[in-house]
Design a protein around this ligand. Structure first.
Ligand SMILES: *[C@@H]1O[C@H](CO)[C@@H](O)[C@H](O)[C@H]1NC(C)=O
Ligand SMILES: *[C@@H]1O[C@H](CO)[C@@H](O)[C@H](O)[C@H]1NC(C)=O
Ligand SMILES: *[C@@H]1O[C@H](CO)[C@@H](O)[C@H](O)[C@H]1NC(C)=O
Length: 190
């Protein structure tokens, strides 16, 4: 049925199929991100004050992932937006100073973290992470779904997602490359 002149076309379809299979197979296994990578969690250097902005924007966070803060003689707090912008550590959602703290990203939307150590936050040791919304790869800042209150999220209680939540987030993670998924399916069927 395929003519010889179609061989380039065939190759292109093959490559598209391979890409589609790879893209569709990129199922989101929960990941642990080490905040700041090698730099860790500490006061930014003078020549790199936006280190945590850069770090956050170079990663993609999904529901079920977690952040690992590794630090020395410091602390990390999850705070609300107000606490973040005012570097106010007086009313944290959660607070740790054990040197190796894991924060679960258990809902979509924004998470705010600051150092609770004196002067560190104002010197740039703070981090905003945006977790992908279900069905939306990109969501404008500050839009929280009303059903999800960040203040009510207790890390211990919500650390283990229910199976249905897990499968929902699995599907959600597929929705942007959903075309790839369909294409992969098509490739298998044809
Ligand atoms: C910032 O300065 C440190 C030394 O203090 C250096 O190791 C690092 O490479 C510099 N980073 C940038 C982005 O220039
Ligand atoms: C932080 O906020 C509280 C109110 O929530 C206020 O009483 C306190 O003075 C603030 N601290 C600083 C350092 O701004
Ligand atoms: C931090 O804790 C995790 C496990 O909770 C461990 O895998 C990791 O090696 C620890 N890192 C440091 C620097 O202690």
């Amino acid at each position: 049925m395929m003519m010889r002149s179609d061989s380039i076309m065939m190759k292109m379809i093959m490559m598209l199929c391979i890409w589609a299979v790879m893209a569709a197979a990129e199922v989101q296994v929960p990941r642990v991100f080490k905040v700041g990578d090698e730099f860790g969690w500490r006061v930014p250097l003078n020549n790199d004050t936006a280190v945590y902005n850069h770090w956050a924007s170079s990663n993609r966070f999904h529901i079920g992932d977690s952040l690992s803060f590794v630090y020395d003689k410091d602390s990390v707090m999850e705070v609300d937006k107000w606490g973040f912008y005012h570097c106010n550590a007086s009313d944290p959602i959660t607070a740790f100073d054990n040197g190796n703290s894991t924060m679960n990203l258990d809902r979509p939307g924004l998470f705010f973290f600051i150092s609770g150590s004196n002067g560190h936050c104002t010197n740039g040791q703070r981090l905003i992470v945006e977790v992908m919304h279900i069905h939306h790869e990109h969501q404008p800042d500050g839009s929280m779904p009303p059903s999800m209150s960040p203040l009510s999220a207790s890390p211990s209680a919500s650390a283990t997602p229910t199976p249905s939540a897990a499968s929902t987030s699995l599907l959600a993670s597929l929705s942007p490359p959903f075309a790839a998924f369909l294409l992969a399916l098509f490739c298998f069927l044809s």
